[in-house]
Design a protein around this ligand. Structure first.
Ligand SMILES: [Zn+2]
Length: 290
């Protein structure tokens, strides 16, 4: 296998995404393994001692809100993508509904998993390639405000180049529509005439085909932008701000967040620029942490 064939194989896995529903299981499982290789981990990971805890935490922190998290799914299913090796898997009894092994079976048989022999060898001999693939996997699945948090959680200290395709007009159009103010708190600091710490946020992520149009944008200060991408805040169809029940903190959190709970967005003057309810609904379903 050549590095290029490996890139193609990894991107092939990514296309497993179901419509616009976030399915970060496989990307996070692959990112976890590659990050650990960069740090010198051996080829195989123990389901019981490593993946069940570490990937569960990644899914909980960075995946959509779900009743339960299943690190066993990507651990098992990447094998079918032809890039993954499983050891001690032969005797695992599958679920009745599909061919996946139950988590209890993975633990009982001490199953280990990791990238296939040839992929492991490639990644081990070429750290730059590993870093590049890690960046590809994460930037295809998460907005750029979240990627550094994931790499930090994975124990890595570098940041990526973040070369991403973006629509150069998006930022300007969104900030103009919102009159250069944060749509939540009205923050509008300028140095001379230049806005700073005010950003154009995507409501529906680009990674899930969210368009670069004003109806999918919000002008937000950096704090509220981060909170939107983390699912700490969301909006109902009347544009009222809703807060995640998991949010807590002291006086500044009170001022930045709780004081705006239930308050309406500061909307653009022109209704044609209002956020589309369908994008707000996507955000509520796939990002907002209830
Ligand atoms: Zn703000």
């Amino acid at each position: 296998m050549t590095p290029n064939e490996l890139r193609v194989a990894i991107l092939g896995v990514k296309r497993w995404i179901r419509g616009d529903e976030r399915a970060p299981n496989k990307p996070l499982m692959m990112a976890y393994a590659i990050a650990k290789y960069i740090q010198g981990h051996g080829q195989m990971f123990s389901y019981e001692d490593e993946v069940d805890r570490d990937v569960h935490l990644l899914l909980k922190r960075f995946g959509p809100s779900r009743k339960a998290y299943h690190p066993e799914y990507p651990f098992w299913r990447l094998f079918n993508d032809g890039i993954w090796r499983l050891d001690n898997a032969e005797e695992c009894i599958p679920r009745s509904s599909n061919t996946d092994a139950k988590k209890s079976e993975l633990i009982k048989h001490q199953v280990t998993g990791g990238f296939s022999d040839e992929i492991y060898e490639l990644l081990q001999n070429d750290t730059q390639l590993a870093i590049e693939l890690l960046e590809t996997i994460l930037s295809e699945s998460f907005p750029e405000s979240i990627v550094p948090e994931i790499t930090a959680q994975l124990g890595l200290e570098f940041t990526f180049k973040q070369v991403q395709k973006r629509d150069p007009n998006f930022r300007r159009e969104v900030l103009n529509a919102y009159n250069g103010k944060c749509a939540i708190c009205g923050f509008d600091a300028r140095i001379n005439d230049d806005l700073f710490a005010l950003e154009a946020a995507h409501i529906k992520w680009k990674q899930f085909n969210g368009p670069c149009g004003v109806n999918n944008g919000l002008a937000l200060c950096v704090i509220h932008h981060k909170a939107l991408d983390k699912g700490v805040i969301g909006f109902n169809s009347d544009f009222d701000l809703i807060l995640s029940s998991s949010l807590n903190g002291g006086e500044m959190v009170e001022r930045f967040f709780f004081e705006y709970s239930g308050k309406k967005l500061i909307l653009p003057r022109q209704s044609k620029y209002y956020p589309s309810v369908s994008f707000l609904e996507w955000h509520n379903r796939e990002v907002f942490k209830k």
